[in-house]
Design a protein around this ligand. Structure first.
Ligand SMILES: Cc1cc2nc3c(=O)[nH]c(=O)nc-3n(C[C@H](O)[C@H](O)[C@H](O)COP(=O)(O)OP(=O)(O)OC[C@H]3O[C@@H](n4cnc5c(N)ncnc54)[C@H](O)[C@@H]3O)c2cc1C
Length: 455
């Protein structure tokens, strides 16, 4: 390997109170929360839109509610409110969501289905950021950090306008990959314990026809009705179960890592069909990623061919949307002051410094939170070890795979974003390090901003 020494360069400095790195699932909420708390807030997002994996990979937003339907006698509770719910409310106003529709079959997995229109989500989230006066920098990447001992002084941002230094008091890493934490020297590992995925939107199909196909073959496992193309009581979620003899569609689909769960907000459209692939190394390995991108593109086309071939009435299916690049379920796992364990989750553990509560587990009904209840996500679970002014949120926290299968889900990431964004702003405005922030002050602000803390 040959090397080249890059020459040092003078770059312009921009000053903010708070910088949020990554405008995805958690980052959008973190930036709105920070700006509304009164901090001059910059949001740095590498793509030309906001939303992250919510608009690129997922099928429905899990979950704003507890799993009440699986536990007869347990009260239905909306356990995530605040800014995440505001996004859904705004989407409802423009026909961009099914709403929180009650699952009619498969409700021991999630009692509701909240599906979204991916394109409206991008627009609505950008407009909400604008309304909150967040300084949004799109097509801009976090590429380095300027440290002052254990404190981040600024980050290096790269765009077609060149390299710039963004100085601030507090920083929140919402990049999913943990890029900012890694630049800042935080301790991390790369478990590579999930498949990566790409998802496609498929048109020229009929969810009713998919329903008839699964029903006829006794293979229906999830069923939900909600708002679709402006009409209530339409099918919005279906999933398939294994049957004997195996359905050729499911068997061939499994070979290309195809998920069979379908959600939709619009007629004649499957919003997400996911294709999975386990990587050799890690999603931060460029060469591995390049190879996997090709395989996933091939799988996408194969998936459409399977839909055309096996689902009667879907012979003219075609791809209308693909993820711009592969979607990860976990990149770097960042060391934080507290690590949420599986015991915490299944025992519905509560903490004295909670920023949110949550009631969904992706392995339900096999792993569930006790009695359809909720567990708390403590403030210290977001504090990046040994760094004084940096928070980590979303898929980069929680070590144990089975615990991560809960905390990594969209609505959890969004709630974490509100907690971290509010805390970062309070620290910046009061000149505090993240560990000096009085919890009573943070809690007061979260409750004022309609965060549900389990009372
Ligand atoms: C295929 C797939 C399907 C899923 N299905 C579901 C589901 O159905 N329901 C559910 O609830 N959850 C689902 N999940 C989990 C959930 O969607 C994710 O865990 C969650 O959205 C992650 O949120 P995040 O904020 O941590 O990261 P992201 O939403 O990925 O946000 C990270 C953002 O940071 C940006 N970024 C990255 N690096 C940089 C950089 N250096 N500089 C600037 N910007 C940067 C990215 O462009 C992105 O916008 C799924 C995940 C995957 C991968």
């Amino acid at each position: 390997m040959q090397y080249y020494n890059e020459p040092a360069k003078k770059i312009p400095i921009r000053n903010f109170d708070v910088v949020i790195a990554g405008g995805g699932t958690g980052g959008v909420v973190a930036a709105i929360a920070s700006a509304r708390t009164g901090a001059k807030t910059a949001l740095i997002e590498g793509k030309g839109y906001t939303g992250g994996i919510v608009v690129e990979g997922g099928t429905a937003l899990h979950s704003f509610f507890n799993l009440w339907k699986a536990f007869p006698g347990i009260e239905k509770r909306q356990v995530v409110k605040g800014i995440p719910q505001e996004i859904i409310t705004r989407l409802e106003q423009v026909g961009g969501t099914t709403g929180h529709a009650e699952m009619l079959k498969g409700y021991d997995y999630d009692s509701v289905c909240t599906a979204i229109d991916t394109e409206l989500y991008k627009l609505v989230s950008l407009e909400m950021l604008q309304d909150a006066s967040v300084h949004v920098f799109l097509n801009s990447f976090v590429r380095g950090v300027i440290m002052d001992k254990l404190k981040i002084q600024g980050i290096i941002v790269e765009s077609r306008s060149g390299r710039e230094a963004f100085y601030a008091q507090s920083f929140v890493d919402c990049t999913g990959y943990g890029d900012l934490c890694a630049y800042a020297g935080a301790k991390f590992t790369e478990p590579n314990d999930y498949p990566v995925a790409n998802s496609i939107g498929v048109a020229g199909v009929s969810i009713e026809k998919y329903h008839d196909f699964l029903s006829k073959n006794n293979a229906l496992s999830h069923y939900c009705e909600g708002k679709r193309s402006g009409e209530m009581n339409k099918i919005i979620r279906l999933d398939a179960k294994r049957v004997k003899p195996p359905l050729r569609f499911l068997k061939e689909g499994r070979r290309i890592g195809m998920h069979t769960v379908i959600t939709s907000v619009h007629d004649d459209y499957f919003m997400f069909v996911k294709l999975n692939k386990k990587m050799k190394n890690s999603p931060t390995n460029r060469d591995d990623v390049s190879q996997t991108e090709v395989i996933l593109r091939q799988r996408m086309q194969k998936a459409v061919n399977l839909i055309r071939k096996y689902i009667p009435g879907c012979e003219k299916a075609f791809i209308t949307r693909t993820s711009p690049s592969l979607c990860i379920r976990r990149g770097r796992l960042i060391d934080c002051d507290y690590d949420i364990s599986l015991e915490d989750i299944v025992n519905a553990q509560r903490f004295e410094d909670e920023i949110m509560v949550y009631g969904f587990h992706d392995l339900a009904p096999f792993i569930q939170i006790k009695d359809g209840g909720v567990y708390g996500i403590p403030y210290r679970a977001l504090l990046v070890k040994d760094i004084e002014n940096l928070y980590a949120t979303g898929m980069m926290i929680t070590k144990d795979f089975k615990a991560h299968m809960s905390t990594r889900n969209t609505v959890s990431c969004m709630g974490q974003g509100q907690g971290a964004g509010t805390a970062a702003a309070l620290c910046a405005l009061n000149e505090l390090h993240s560990r000096e922030l009085p919890y009573s002050l943070l809690r007061k602000h979260l409750l004022k901003d309609n965060v549900y803390l389990g009372e």
